[in-house]
Write a protein that binds this ligand. Structure first.
Ligand SMILES: CCCCCCCC(=O)SCCNC(=O)CCNC(=O)[C@H](O)C(C)(C)COP(=O)(O)OP(=O)(O)OC[C@H]1O[C@@H](n2cnc3c(N)ncnc32)[C@H](O)[C@@H]1OP(=O)(O)O
Ligand SMILES: NC(=O)c1ccc[n+]([C@@H]2O[C@H](COP(=O)([O-])OP(=O)(O)OC[C@H]3O[C@@H](n4cnc5c(N)ncnc54)[C@H](OP(=O)(O)O)[C@@H]3O)[C@@H](O)[C@H]2O)c1
Length: 298
């Protein structure tokens, strides 16, 4: 047979579960940004395994539509939705109060909500920087703090999964705010795994590579013509993009009893795209040019 590069094989289709049925039965899983995109894909896999779910983000209408979809997933437990801006620590506490009253203290927290848009660093206003860092890093911290304090007080174990980005390691030209925030999120994983491990609280990071989905903001979708989940993409070593349910499987594994000794780790699910280097590097194109911006101050 001719040895042509075919890329990494496609995963099993959506609907297949990576863990035994009922792995999360009786467990409450809180997913921020669980009403759209990758957060919804992650919530779907927890639902398939029997979890009770809380999804939290700002837009109530979209959350309610997602809540109904998630409740219809075969095997799903109860599903609640809570409108919340994770930048507001008081509202975050109220969401935990409501979750505890309705379903019980969440056993698993998935910090998936984030904010991002491409921009040359020098064009960012102070408020633009703040919006991205406050949502992506500080919001993640407010959720994590609330989850940790409640489990420490109750003496119960818990598991946290923080969704990251590979530019936490590499820097992210065109995304200085988001890359700095995601580096902070990765650092929290490493710090808190040690601080809270003795109390039974596990925390890991999960980094998606390119996972296109219908909810992507226009800014992020950009020139992505290769936008179908799992579509062929000659620009990646895998020769394809990720399918959102593959990320969901990884999240359900990291928070499961089968990964109890895994903590402080960040798992990258990106077909090795972040490690890609060319033998001969392509010419440098300044970020302003890549984003079609004219000269600074011009
Ligand atoms: C290699 C790895 C790749 C990794 C890719 C990672 C992919 C992701 O992170 S995807 C997640 C993307 N999803 C989202 O961003 C959804 C949520 N986003 C949002 O709500 C908005 O985009 C966001 C971030 C502006 C936050 O909203 P909000 O707090 O309501 O901010 P808002 O008041 O509208 O704007 C705040 C400031 O940002 C500025 N701003 C908003 N959009 C832009 C933009 N596109 N360019 C420059 N500035 C902007 C505003 O002008 C404002 O600043 P100022 O007051 O000085 O005018
Ligand atoms: N898609 C990719 O290829 C990719 C690659 C690398 C990393 N990621 C990471 O994956 C995660 C999910 O991204 P996505 O692609 O699924 O993007 P998305 O659909 O835009 O999801 C972002 C979610 O966060 C919520 N959110 C934003 N600001 C919030 C706030 N202040 N308070 C509460 N919720 C807020 C949004 O809901 P509201 O607007 O209603 O609040 C939305 O549900 C993010 O952490 C992102 O950085 C994605």
């Amino acid at each position: 047979m001719e040895n042509l590069p075919r890329g990494l094989p496609a995963p099993p289709p959506p609907g297949a579960a990576a863990l035994p049925p009922g792995t999360y039965a009786g467990q409450v899983v809180l997913v921020t940004g669980g009403g759209t995109g990758l957060g919804k894909a992650i919530a779907t896999e927890f639902a398939r395994l029997g979890a009770d779910l809380v999804i939290a983000s700002r837009r109530a209408e979209q959350l309610e539509a997602a809540r109904r979809e998630l409740a219809a997933v075969p095997g799903a437990g109860r599903v609640a939705a809570a409108a919340c801006d994770i930048r507001d620590p008081e509202r975050v506490a109220e969401v935990f109060d409501a979750a505890e009253a309705a379903l019980g203290l969440p056993d698993v927290l998935v910090n998936n909500a984030a904010a991002n848009f491409p921009s040359p660093a020098e064009d960012l206003s102070p408020n633009a920087w703040r919006a991205v860092v406050d949502i992506t890093l500080t919001g993640t911290w407010f959720m994590t703090r609330e989850f940790g304090r409640r489990h420490l007080a109750a003496g119960t174990p818990g598991s946290i999964v923080n969704i990251g980005a590979s530019y936490a390691w590499t820097g992210g030209p065109g995304f200085s705010h988001s890359a700095a925030a995601k580096a902070g999120v990765k650092s929290l994983v490493e710090t808190l795994a040690v601080e809270w491990g003795p109390y039974g609280i596990q925390i890991n990071g999960l980094v998606p590579g390119l996972f296109p989905h219908a909810d992507m903001t226009e800014d992020i979708r950009g020139g992505l013509e290769r936008a179908a989940p799992g579509a062929r993409d000659a620009r990646q070593p895998a020769l394809r993009v990720g399918a959102p349910h593959e990320l969901g499987w990884a999240a359900t594994f990291l928070a499961s009893p089968y990964a109890r000794f895994v903590t402080g780790h960040t798992l990258v699910v990106d077909g090795a795209n972040w490690q890609r280097r060319s033998v001969v590097a392509p010419e440098v194109v300044p970020v302003r040019e890549q984003l079609g911006r004219g000269p600074f101050g011009g």
